[in-house]
Design a protein around this ligand. Structure first.
Ligand SMILES: [Zn+2]
Length: 119
């Protein structure tokens, strides 16, 4: 899965392909057994910076989450104040007020009927 290890021979210019840590170590030991018998495996291990890909993924994921959050926020904000909201608000406000007034007019009726309803 994570073939990010490349083992370099310390005795010659041999290097293993990109392998997992254990696979690379095996290859290097094999190489030493074939090419440098009696020499303890040395050299160095090159580690590919592929882990930064995960960081990149996390960053992209975070950005995506942020975008989703922003889009939900902006859609909510967009639904509340429409571009033509100031004029409509002005026109709907009196209508709302009259509706409320009409409601207030209707309110006394039941209360008046309720008080003399009980003898
Ligand atoms: Zn070698």
């Amino acid at each position: 899965m994570s073939a990010n290890y490349r083992y370099w021979c310390g005795e010659c210019h041999y290097r293993t392909p990109w392998l997992t840590e254990s696979q690379g170590a095996e290859r290097q030991i094999d190489h030493y057994a074939q090419r440098h018998p009696g020499v303890p495996p040395g050299g160095r291990v090159e580690v590919r910076q592929a882990d930064s890909g995960y960081g990149c993924l996390a960053l992209v994921g975070g950005l995506f989450l942020l975008l989703v959050l922003l889009s939900t926020c902006s859609s909510q904000a967009r639904s509340a104040p429409l571009p033509a909201s100031p004029p409509t608000a002005v026109t709907t406000d009196p209508a709302h007020a009259t509706a409320l007034a009409g409601g207030e007019h209707a309110v006394p009726h039941p209360s008046r009927g309720a008080s003399p309803g009980r003898p």
